[in-house]
Design a binder for this molecule. Structure first.
Ligand code: PLP
Length: 375
């Protein structure tokens, strides 16, 4: 059996060989990082080394990195633990951000996006003017379905003008575009290991020095009291190595963007009924969200799967549930169009020949179901 062509990097990424080695080495050791003896100190050393690497990826201080179980937990921890009097989330946040905002127990407001998927800054301003202060604003850096990148510095400026704090979910930005926590102007930032070639089940919350964070998980007071529970030493070791290598991945961005652009150009050259969602906005180099009106996303995913290509329709985290993507709905697409899209997300292992296969499979599906329009 041939290995499938993997084009679902926004769902999860192939684990790096160096990460597997770091995880394996850590698993061969015994020691609780909270123990004071030599074995405990060795485990602590692994955790702190990894913390420095994750801090380097985010451009923040090591002590501002709190390890946790992943992006979902980090989003919940910040949104529920920031102590805000109200929460404003963008309409295109990951489900974990939207669900967490509903649980805080303070007034929640949703800020819309325009047709390109960019957060509406005037609406944000208006919401902040009315929302109980201090508010927490949560706007993701890059979207998982479209790759659209938000103008974080402008969002930060507006949030801070109103005395609000800003959280940004940078899960889909890390390793694809530069993530510089101080430069973004955010007070909190979310990272996830498995989106950058690290193990699943590990992530980090980055907090600005003055940003409050009530722990979501209380107990033994690990992670400076911000997140209790014995640290996932092996997972954290892998996350650290992945963070270091993810910084090098930024050099791969032009190659990956060129492949993505070649696929999109092939789609546009073939027909004018299919289209690329979010194309006019700044996007991460690896993501293409393509609508083929009249063909359900699930049908498309099955077709590609039969052709040996793994990709997803809408957000992989919500696949299985047949519902229109809330991201595409927020961008103004009707349910039919939102349900007729696929997400192609490339990564460091993607080769030009994979794009050839993708283009061929896309065209064969289009020609079979939609039919070639008369020129
Ligand atoms: N935030 C975004 C933007 C994501 O794409 C995802 C996962 O798809 C998450 C958060 C959740 O991260 P994790 O899988 O580490 O819980």
């Amino acid at each position: 059996m041939t290995t499938p062509i993997y084009m679902d990097y926004n769902a999860t990424t192939p684990i790096r060989t160096s990460v597997i080695e770091a995880v394996t080495d850590a698993m061969h050791m015994v020691g609780n990082p909270s123990s004071v003896h030599a074995s405990g100190r060795s485990a602590r050393k692994i955790v702190e080394k990894a913390r420095a690497k994750v801090a380097a990826l985010a451009g923040c201080r090591t002590r501002d990195v709190t390890f946790c179980s992943g992006g979902t937990e980090a989003n919940n921890a910040v949104i529920r633990g920031a102590g805000a009097a109200s929460v404003i989330v963008s309409a295109i946040e990951h489900d974990s951000g939207l669900a967490a905002a509903k649980l805080v127990g303070v007034p929640m407001f949703v800020c819309g996006v325009d047709g390109d998927g960019l957060v509406n800054l005037d609406e944000l301003r208006a919401l902040l003017a009315d929302a109980p202060a201090p508010a927490l604003v949560s706007v993701m850096f890059a979207n998982n379905e479209t790759g659209v990148i938000q103008p974080m510095q402008a969002v930060a400026q507006i949030a801070h003008e109103f005395g609000a704090r800003l959280h940004t979910d940078a899960v889909q930005a890390a390793g694809k575009i530069n993530v510089d926590f101080p430069m973004l102007g955010a007070d909190y930032l979310t990272l996830s290991s498995h989106k950058i070639g690290g193990p699943q089940g590990v992530g980090a919350i980055i907090t600005a020095p003055t940003a409050p964070l009530a722990p979501l998980i209380a107990g033994g007071g690990q992670e400076l009291g911000r997140r209790s529970g014995t640290e996932n030493v092996a997972g954290i070791a892998g996350f650290g190595v992945a963070a270091l290598e993810a910084m090098d991945d930024l050099g791969e961005a032009p190659r990956i963007a060129a492949m993505r652009d070649r696929f999109e150009a092939a789609v546009s050259d073939h027909t004018n009924t299919a289209f690329i969602i979010g194309r006019a906005a700044p996007r991460t180099p690896n993501t293409a969200c393509v609508a083929m009106p009249g063909v359900k996303g699930e049908t498309q995913v099955m077709h590609f799967d039969l052709n040996g290509i793994c990709l997803s329709s809408g957000s992989a985290c919500s696949s299985g549930k047949v519902k229109a993507s809330h991201v595409l709905s927020a961008m103004g697409y009707d349910e039919k169009t939102a349900n007729a899209s696929i997400r192609v997300s490339l990564g460091r292992m993607t080769q030009d020949s994979d794009i050839d296969a993708l283009v061929a499979a896309w065209k064969s599906l289009y020609d079979r179901i939609v039919g070639r329009p008369v020129a």
